[in-house]
Ligand binder design. Structure first.
Ligand code: TTP
Ligand code: MG
Length: 461
C-alpha cells in the first residue's frame, strides 16, 4: 500500500450543466437540466440549483419538469463537453504525466509521477487542489471541480464525492478504514444494485458489516473473483496503478456494403454482429466504455454519427447492441445503407456498472441510459419542427450569436448571448428566418468570461 495520499481523483461538478451555464450567462445560478427533451427524454444531469428541487440524473425529463418547471431544459451539446473535457485533461497533465481519464469529466492522477516532486503532506495536497481548481476554472472559463486524495484509487474517488460541489478532501494515510466503515456498501465502485441486494440478504448494508464477513463466505455469495476483491476493498486494500490514457480512445467495427441495404432486420443483425465484434475487442484489451456510437452512411453518401452514453462503462454485447439499435431506429434508412459501424468510446478499465455480478444477473441491472431512443447529443437526428432544439448554438445576421430557448408553431425563441457577452435579450423569430443559422461550438475561449457582465439576469422567457 502507498504511504502517502498521492492518488488524486478529480470530478467536474454538474458537468454538462456547468458547460451550459458557462456558455449561457443568463442561466448562471439558475436551475438547468440537460438531457433528452422529448416525451421519453431522460435527464443526463442537472445543475445544483435544479438538484435542490429533487432533479437527478437518469430521472425522466417529464418528472424533472414536474419537480422544477422553471428550469431551463436543454438538449446537450456534446462537442462543447468534449472540448471542455480536453481542456481539463490538459490541465491535469501539467500536474503529472500519469493521468487516467475515466469519462469526460473524471480522471485519476498519480502525483508521484510529477516531475516537480510536490509536497504530498495533507496541507501540501490541499494547496495542490486549490491551484488545480483555479487552473481548471481558468482553462474552461468557469467550470468547477471536486478533488479527492487518497492512498488508492478507491479512496481518492470516494473522497472527491464527499464535499461536492467545489470540494477538496484529503484522506490521510491510515484514515481509510475509518472513513469507509459507516458508508453503504454501494460506495465501493463496482457494487451495484444487484450485488448490494445479495449482500443485504446476508445482513450487510455498510462497509463495517461487510468487513465482518469472512473471505470464504463472500466467495460463496459472490463467486471467487468478486468475493476476493470485495473482501480486499472493504479493508481499503487497493493497489491498482493509475494507467495513463491508452492509445486507442475508442474501439469500433464497420463495414461497407457492395450494394445499399434496406431490410431493417438485416441491418439490425449487422448491428448485433458489430456489437459482438467491438465487445470482443474491448474484452481482449481489458477495457470497457460508456459511449456507444453508431455510424451510418446512406445511399446519398451522407454520413451520420450518433451516440448514446451509459451511466457506467460496459463491454456487454447485449447492452451495446441495444443502444446501437436504438440509434439506428432514429434514422431514416429506407433509401438504403452503404456503411454501418458500431463503436464504443470513453474507455476505462475496472470501473463497471456492477463488477461483482455474474453475467446471468446482468440483465436485471437497471442501466441508467441517457435516453437511447432520443439521444440528446446527436447532430444528425431529425429535429423538432425546423430543427431548433433547445440549447442549440445559433447565429443571426442582425442579432448576432445566441442559443435556442424553444421552438414551436413556426417560431423559434432565441436568447442572444454568449459566454463572453453576459446575459442578453430574448427574441422570437420565424423558424424559417433565413438570417438564422446554426453556429459551431467555439473552440477558443477568453480568459475572463465574466468580465463586463451586467448584474442580475433577466427572467427566463
Ligand atoms: P457525473 O460526474 O456522474 O455527474 P455530474 O458531473 O453531472 O455531477 P456531479 O457534480 O455529481 O459530478 O457525470 C458526468 C456527466 O456525464 C454528466 O454531467 C452528464 C453525463 N451523464 C449522463 O449522460 N448520464 C448519466 O446517467 C450520468 C450519471 C451522467
Ligand atoms: Mg461530475
Amino acid at each position: 500500500m502507498r504511504s502517502q495520499a498521492s492518488i488524486l481523483h478529480l470530478d467536474l461538478d454538474a458537468f454538462f450543466a456547468a458547460v451550459e451555464q458557462r456558455d449561457k450567462p443568463s442561466l448562471r445560478g439558475k436551475p438547468v437540466v440537460v438531457g433528452g427533451v422529448g416525451a421519453r427524454g431522460v435527464v443526463a444531469t442537472a445543475s445544483y440549483e435544479a438538484r435542490r428541487f429533487g432533479v437527478r440524473s437518469a430521472m425522466s425529463t417529464a418528472e424533472a419538469r414536474t419537480r422544477c418547471p422553471h428550469a431551463a431544459f436543454l438538449s446537450g451539446r456534446f462537442d462543447a463537453y468534449q472540448s471542455t473535457s480536453a481542456q481539463v485533461m490538459t490541465v491535469l497533465r501539467a500536474l503529472s504525466p500519469v493521468v487516467e481519464p475515466l469519462s469526460l469529466d473524471e480522471a485519476y492522477v498519480d502525483l508521484t509521477a510529477s516531475p516537480t516532486a510536490p509536497d504530498l503532506s495533507p496541507p501540501g495536497l490541499v494547496d495542490i487542489a486549490t491551484a488545480l481548481k483555479q487552473a481548471v476554472h481558468d482553462a474552461t472559463g468557469g467550470v468547477t471541480a471536486s478533488v479527492g486524495f487518497g492512498t488508492s484509487k478507491l479512496i481518492a474517488k470516494i473522497a472527491s464525492e464527499l464535499e461536492k460541489p467545489d470540494g477538496t478532501v484529503v484522506v490521510p494515510p491510515g484514515a481509510e478504514r475509518d472513513l469507509l466503515r459507516p458508508m453503504q456498501v454501494t460506495v465501493i465502485p463496482g457494487v451495484g444494485p444487484a450485488t448490494a441486494e445479495r449482500l443485504r440478504r446476508i445482513g450487510v448494508d455498510t462497509v463495517e458489516e461487510l468487513e465482518q464477513i469472512s473471505g470464504d463466505e463472500l466467495v460463496r455469495v459472490l463467486g471467487k473473483a468478486h468475493g476476493t476483491s470485495l473482501h480486499a476493498l472493504a479493508r481499503a486494500e487497493d493497489d491498482r496503478l493509475v494507467v495513463a490514457q491508452r492509445e486507442a480512445k475508442s474501439i469500433s467495427v464497420e463495414d461497407t456494403f457492395e450494394r445499399d441495404l434496406v431490410d431493417p432486420v438485416l441491418l439490425a443483425g449487422i448491428v448485433d454482429r458489430h456489437a459482438r465484434g467491438v465487445c470482443e475487442r474491448l474484452a481482449k484489451a481489458k477495457v470497457s466504455g460508456r459511449t456507444v456510437t453508431l455510424k451510418v452512411r446512406l445511399h446519398d453518401f451522407t454520413t451520420h454519427t450518433r451516440s448514446a452514453t451509459l451511466a457506467g462503462p460496459t463491454d456487454r454485447p447485449a447492452v451495446v447492441s441495444r443502444l446501437a439499435r436504438g440509434l439506428l431506429a432514429e434514422l431514416d434508412t429506407s433509401g438504403g445503407v452503404r456503411l454501418l459501424g458500431v463503436g464504443v468510446s470513453g474507455l476505462a478499465d475496472w470501473v463497471q456498472d456492477d463488477l461483482f455480478v455474474d453475467e446471468e444477473d446482468a440483465a436485471d441491472i437497471p442501466l441508467q441510459l441517457r435516453d437511447p431512443a432520443r439521444p440528446a447529443f446527436d447532430e444528425s437526428r431529425p429535429r423538432h419542427g425546423h430543427g431548433w432544439v433547445p440549447g442549440l448554438d445559433v447565429e443571426h445576421d442582425e442579432h448576432g450569436p445566441g442559443w435556442v430557448w424553444g421552438s414551436g408553431l413556426g417560431r423559434v425563441t432565441v436568447r442572444f448571448e454568449t459566454a463572453e457577452t453576459g446575459p442578453g435579450p430574448v427574441r422570437t423569430l420565424k423558424a424559417d428566418d433565413s438570417a438564422l443559422r446554426r453556429r459551431p461550438v467555439p473552440t477558443t475561449r477568453g480568459e475572463e468570461p465574466d468580465a463586463g457582465n451586467p448584474s442580475g439576469s433577466p427572467d427566463l422567457p
